[in-house]
Ligand binder design. Structure first.
Ligand SMILES: [Zn+2]
Length: 461
């Protein structure tokens, strides 16, 4: 077993061994995956023990690898103990624009449920808790009718595959059958192109079977009700973007956005918890999916005085770098802001939630007044944050922008979206992966928060 005295390189090597092993299992040796129950449980435990320290010690892209492996390992460990988690270790998509087959191999039999959604057309396959170890680093090649293939945790004990289809489809065949005689199973899903009318009708029929929407939104990490000691403290909500099945932006060098946002959010939490007057709430502290509306609800339930949503997206223009602070606006302040908002607002869709959030018509004049006041506060904080960060970290041109981000919509909670930088830019990747940069930037955010809140605390607001 590793101890805290061991060198990071040793840890990395051992972690890599397990990653390689997982890779091999995913690619070529379906039968040998069974060994994860036995020998690999040991490795998995080893990583869990190590991950906390590793996160403290390691810099660079390795951090992300550790994060990913650690979260997988945590689930792998459960397999050893309870046998409850399935492992999907092989997948293949084949076919053409009229008929496409998805094959997924599991280490055991799983119950699955399929569900069609539209706008955009998607086929959801709901599964029990599953570790996906396909060995392609989440970038599965897609063919035929399937234009996007993603998978991951959607709620505790539940996993999901989301297939974006380029046309309306129906299931021609869906089976799960033994693969050989050692308890492994193959899920085979044949989809064929259908017309929009038939698709609509199928969706209508399925809604009768499963209730209104089939919508599964994870309720967020349970928020403990605060006791009286927290009564006079001011609540700040930190919202690490993405999580679980929703990885956010991705790049080879940086890994996935969901890990970058969580790492920064945890650093910010540590900084903010040093301030006695603050009570810090996170919308997620682990690699779990939380819907956009649930993030907003967490801020509202906790009567937050400020919400900071953390992101690190990707742009086609690799040269663009630096941080941006966004506030809510119905119209984007520019095309970049609008682009960003559109891609962020797709989070729930890509995770397979059925009903995209709509702009609800504001009928209540009081809500409208609150919203306007909140907008002023949000902008004030954004300005304070920009001036605190200026000269300390790279900012993009006109770093204070506005667009219609769903996650900033709480009418009474001043909210900003802090885009740390772009994972499409090498220098930004480097700094976001540096624990030192994260700590210093988090400390600057803390200063900005206190500069913004202090007059309010003094006025007893
Ligand atoms: Zn994002």
């Amino acid at each position: 077993m590793l101890t805290i005295n061991q060198q990071p390189t040793t840890i990395i090597r051992r972690i890599n061994t397990v990653v390689d092993h997982a890779d091999r299992l995913g690619r070529c040796c379906p039968k040998s995956v069974g060994s994860i129950h036995g020998a690999d449980t040991l490795s998995a435990k080893l990583i869990i023990k190590v991950s906390g320290m590793a996160i403290a010690l390691l810099a660079g892209s390795l951090m992300l690898q550790v994060g990913t492996v650690a979260s997988q390992a945590a689930s792998v460990d459960k397999v050893g103990e309870s046998g409850a988690t399935a492992i999907a270790y092989y997948s293949r998509i084949a076919g053409d624009k009229n008929r496409t087959r998805l094959v997924v191999d599991f280490d055991r039999i799983v119950n699955f449920k399929t569900l069609f959604l539209e706008n955009p057309n998607r086929l959801i396959v709901d599964l029990p808790e599953t570790i996906f170890s396909f060995g392609n680093d989440g970038k599965e090649p897609v063919y035929g009718l399937i234009s996007d293939f993603r998978y991951g945790a959607i709620a505790p004990g539940r996993s999901r595959i989301v297939l974006l289809t380029s046309a309306p489809t129906r299931i021609d065949q869906a089976t799960i059958k033994p693969l050989g005689d050692d308890g492994h199973y193959r899920l085979k899903l044949d989809i064929v192109k259908t017309d929009q009318q038939g698709y609509r009708e199928a969706i209508f029929r399925q809604s009768g079977n499963i209730g209104a929407s089939g919508n599964v939104a994870y309720k967020g990490d349970r928020i403990k009700r605060q006791n009286t000691r927290t009564k006079n403290r001011i609540t700040v909500v930190i919202d690490p973007g993405h999580g679980g099945i929703d990885g956010g932006a991705k790049s080879q060098k940086a890994g996935t956005e969901k890990n970058i946002t969580l790492n920064f959010a945890l650093a910010l939490k540590t900084e903010l918890e040093k301030v006695k007057q603050l009570r810090v709430i996170m919308t997620r502290e682990r690699d779990v999916f939380v819907s956009l509306s649930e993030r907003v609800a967490i801020a509202r339930r906790n009567k937050a005085k400020l919400m900071i949503s953390i992101h690190a997206d990707s742009l086609k223009q690799k040269g663009i770098r630096g941080a941006t602070i966004y506030t809510l606006s119905q119209e984007g302040s520019d095309t970049l802001a609008q682009q960003m908002a559109e891609s962020e607002n797709r989070s729930d869709l890509l995770a397979g939630l059925s009903v995209p959030e709509q702009n609800s018509e504001v009928v209540d004049i009081l809500v409208e007044l609150t919203r306007r006041e909140t907008e002023v506060f949000s902008k004030q904080f954004a300005r304070t944050l920009v001036s605190q960060l200026k000269g300390r970290i790279p900012l993009i041109k006109n770093p204070q922008r506005a667009a219609n981000f769903h996650v900033l919509r709480a009418p009474e909670v001043p909210s900003v979206l802090f885009e740390l930088g772009y994972i499409s830019n090498l220098k930004d990747i480097q700094q976001m992966n540096s624990p030192r940069w994260r700590q210093q930037t988090a400390s600057n955010v803390k200063t900005a928060i206190m500069n913004y809140l202090r007059p309010r605390i003094a006025r007893g607001e």
